[in-house]
Design a protein. Structure first.
Length: 156
């Protein structure tokens, strides 16, 4: 997954695209090299999930707006689901870490990248730690004190 950070509040999808070093390199033909095979066809250019606002570039995979066949419906469902997963991941970081929600226009780009990576690492550590809390056996016949968030997860 690629991240591009710039002035908060001034960047819609197209502004980010126009300033992103990643996509500038794509236009120059200097994109990261990848190789993969789909349905027997080998590809050597990466792709990015996008919505309809993006230009018609070969690297953008957009959803099918009115899928007719079962295959097109499945593709649209999977593509939109993957895009929503990425958006949800950033939403989780924003809800958990106040620093991710704050404007970053005065920060150095490297600092923003480091902060984002640190938040991802911390989030993953918290998730792993919470898994351990759920694995603890719960005997309601004893007067055990357990954290309320662990109880909620046990009841889900």
């Amino acid at each position: 997954m690629a991240c591009f950070f710039c002035t908060a509040g001034s960047s819609n999808d197209i502004n980010v695209l126009n300033k992103s070093p990643l996509f500038i390199n794509v236009l120059k033909g200097e994109a990261p090299r990848v190789q993969y095979t789909v349905n027997g066809t080998q590809y050597d250019m990466g792709y990015y999930l996008a919505d309809k606002i993006y230009p018609e570039w070969a690297v953008f995979v957009k959803t099918i707006s009115a899928p007719q066949t079962d295959e097109d419906k499945l593709f649209a469902l999977m593509q939109e689901g993957a895009r929503k997963d990425v958006e949800c991941a950033f939403g989780v970081l924003q809800s958990r870490f106040d620093i991710v929600r704050r404007p970053s226009r005065l920060w150095k780009q490297g600092d923003v990248i480091n902060i984002t990576q640190a938040c991802v690492i911390l989030h993953n550590m918290i998730v792993e730690d919470e898994k351990e809390l759920v694995r603890v056996s719960l005997d309601l016949n004893e007067n055990a004190i357990i954290p309320i968030h662990a109880l909620r997860r046990c009841l889900e």
